[in-house]
Design a binder for this molecule. Structure first.
Ligand code: BF8
Length: 671
């Protein structure tokens, strides 16, 4: 007991804190230097149990009320059901607002680009622009790209202030789903409207029926998934290119001892794309040389990393919990941050090194950081001055310790590319994927997404889930920090199929050359997963709604309000979603049931909170098999496939020549 107490006080060992050897090395370094990180702060601060379970009501100032006893209510009489539902709803609204506001800023950039006022930007994917224009009812025939882009940008911007009707991108959903949403009045009317509606109805003295509050929560979530995030993904592709597979690297080892290292961290691709351009500027490259550096390395962290990785192959220094560890290498000359998932600890930590932390968003200032505000009208000039500042800082470096860990990765699987990959230029379609699921070669599909959370061993649950699912012939699609977790482990490579996938999935990967884990982008790009599901339904054979498809979504190490927004829109779209870590509505069995059984009855999708990794896998496979059965598909049989390709060849090569010929041609050699 005494030893246990001592261990608790000391915190976890680096191996207990992270699965990643690079992170472990940096945690040892942090300890040597006496520096705290999110890992050690989590060890020393237990989560508030009242807040963690949703029992604290702060919506008025008669409280805050902590409702911890059976039958107890807040001062106004609010029950635990109302309180937990309101807390959940507000988190979803904040998550939806963050994603969607990111989409709004991209709409402004598209408009400025179309008007020729956005320095350094151009339309990189006119085909996607034209496709979106048609969906939005904008004429394309005989018009210039910039004219179309202006109309598209304005139509996207209008979705934010739209008051009535439904968001136009809802049209992408299967007919049955749209009919259900319309019947239940869940189709989002306008992006801002649904978020404001949640804030209004959860104000003191408004909506007090938990089911009713949670219905609007779904609608606010959908204003993100079928609105703000979808706009963000589409415009990012139009401006910066629709991703297709490329080769890059991940982990802290991408930083270079003899080069200027700049890290872009946060979420928006607008500035980071310009910083990438500035790092190849010949003038700045020779300036770096003058300072004694051999070049300039740009790397990313979090979803800014995913944005620049999937489009331009910019290497990733890591996921959410790597942000402080990168600074601890002593090799980061500038960490340039924009919005979301940026720890306030960064500038203070950076005072122990030479790293310049630079905030760039008009929405984000952090005490101790240098603010160099971004404006798309002068983006390239601003990006160049940021790069120059990093170069100036190179000579201020102290001791550098870069962990020598990197993994090769092949990310960039947009739904457009998956279509092409499966069918080629002339027959692009999801037919081969549907057929593989129908036959049972692929048992089902799991979207493994979301964050790191220092309350659990970094990357460990992502890793466990991926390994178990691959073994069970489940295809993985990933985004966000989950995708980086897989990348660091080497799972975003075709070779992973050979080493880890079950025989059926392996056959599919061998035939198409795809990795068994597909990196589809950043967290706003979870909308790509919605699109894949819609296209799978449209292709036929796997039901007529998203809720029919043998698929599950999971965020095993989530920490962000955005994860709850994503979970809500996926569930409202018919998907089964599992979240790890903790149940934020734990205090109310009624609300826990509404999100699971209640939503499943209502919309066919649900959210469940599951902490045990083995139980997560069990429930996912059970759900996939249940959906297969409901579709009348053959039950999954792990021994049915894998008798083609090189497995078969290996087996044949082990036979004596005569027996081999008989096996191959039905008769012994020479007959
Ligand atoms: O938006 S997965 S920690 S970086 S919130 Fe943040 Fe979570 Fe990472 Fe991307 Ni998504």
């Amino acid at each position: 007991m005494a030893a246990e107490k001592k261990k608790k006080k000391k915190g976890r060992t680096p191996e207990e804190a992270s699965l990643d050897p690079a992170a472990q090395e940096m945690l040892v370094r942090a300890e040597e230097l006496g520096l705290g990180t999110a890992f050690s702060r989590a060890d020393h601060m237990a989560p508030c149990p009242i807040g963690a379970n949703g029992q604290c009501c702060k919506v008025c100032f008669m409280g805050p009320c902590r409702v911890t006893k059976d039958g107890q209510t807040g001062v106004c009489g609010a029950t635990i059901e109302t309180i937990t539902a309101r807390n959940f709803a507000r988190a979803v609204a904040a998550g939806a607002a963050s994603h969607s506001d990111h989409g709004r800023d991209l709409a402004f950039t598209l408009i400025a680009t179309a008007k020729g006022e956005a320095q350094g930007y151009k339309i990189r994917d006119p085909f996607k622009l034209s496709k979106l224009a048609k969906e939005l009812g904008i004429a394309t025939e005989g018009r210039k790209v910039n004219e179309i882009a202006l109309d598209v940008g304005e139509a996207c911007l209008a979705m934010f202030g739209q008051q009535e009707g439904e968001l136009p991108l809802v049209e992408r959903a299967p007919q049955k789903r749209k009919d259900l949403w319309r019947k239940l009045r869940l189709a989002p009317r306008g992006i801002d409207r649904e978020v404001v509606d949640v804030l209004h109805r959860t104000h003191m003295g408004d909506d007090q029926d938990p089911e009713h509050i949670l219905d609007q929560t779904m609608r606010a979530g959908m204003s993100d998934g079928w609105g703000g995030s979808m706009v963000a993904t589409d415009i990012s592709d139009i401006l910066f290119g629709t991703p297709s597979p490329l080769v890059s690297q991940m982990n802290l080892g991408v930083l270079k001892e003899d080069e200027v290292n700049i890290i872009v961290h946060g979420h928006e691709p607008t500035l980071s794309e310009m910083i990438l351009a500035a790092t190849t500027d010949p003038e700045l490259l020779s300036y770096a040389e003058e300072k004694g550096a051999k070049g300039i390395t740009l790397a990313g962290i979090c979803c800014t990393s995913n944005e620049t990785l999937v489009r331009q192959g910019v290497p990733s220094a890591g996921n959410f919990l790597h942000q402080e560890l990168a600074i601890i290498t002593g090799a980061v000359d500038a960490m340039v941050v924009d919005v979301q998932c940026i720890m306030q600890a960064l500038p203070e930590l950076a005072t122990n090194f030479h790293t310049e932390v630079i905030t760039t968003s008009p929405k984000v200032k952090i005490s101790g950081a240098t603010h160099m505000e971004f404006d798309e009208h002068h983006a390239l000039d601003i990006a160049k001055s940021i790069v120059r500042k990093a170069i100036d800082n190179y000579t201020n470096r102290g001791e550098v310790r870069i962990p020598e860990f990197t993994s090769d990765v092949v990310p960039g699987f947009s739904h457009e590319y998956i279509n092409y990959m499966l069918g080629g230029s002339y027959r692009a379609s999801f037919r081969p994927l549907n057929d593989a699921v129908i036959s049972g070669r692929i048992r089902g599909v799991v979207a493994n997404v979301g964050c790191n959370n220092p309350r659990t061993q970094q990357d460990a649950t992502h890793d466990f889930i991926v390994r178990e699912l691959l073994k069970n012939d489940v295809l993985l699609v990933e985004t966000g920090c989950g995708a980086i977790a897989s990348g660091k482990r080497g799972y975003l490579l075709g070779e992973a199929a050979l080493e880890m996938a079950g025989p059926g999935l392996r056959e599919v990967c061998e035939a198409t050359g795809m990795p068994p884990v597909l990196h589809m982008g950043s967290c706003v790009d979870n909308t790509r997963i919605l699109t894949v599901l819609c296209q799978v339904v449209a292709e036929g054979g796997l039901g007529d709604d998203i809720s029919d498809v043998p698929a599950v979504g999971i965020a095993p190490e989530w920490m962000s309000e955005k994860a709850l927004a994503i979970a809500s829109y996926c569930a409202a779209s018919g998907a089964y979603v599992i979240l790890g870590i903790n149940n934020p509505v734990q205090a109310s069995e009624v609300v826990t049931d509404i999100l699971s059984k209640g939503w499943e009855e209502k919309v066919g999708g649900k959210i469940e909170f599951v902490v045990e990794p083995e139980e997560m896998v069990r429930r996912m496979l059970e759900h996939i098999d249940k959906k297969r059965e409901a579709l009348g598909l053959p039950a999954y049989d792990p021994d049915k496939f894998g008798r083609s390709g090189d497995w078969r060849m290996e087996e044949l090569m082990q036979l004596e020549p005569e027996a081999r010929a008989e096996a191959l041609y039905g008769q012994p050699a020479g007959d």
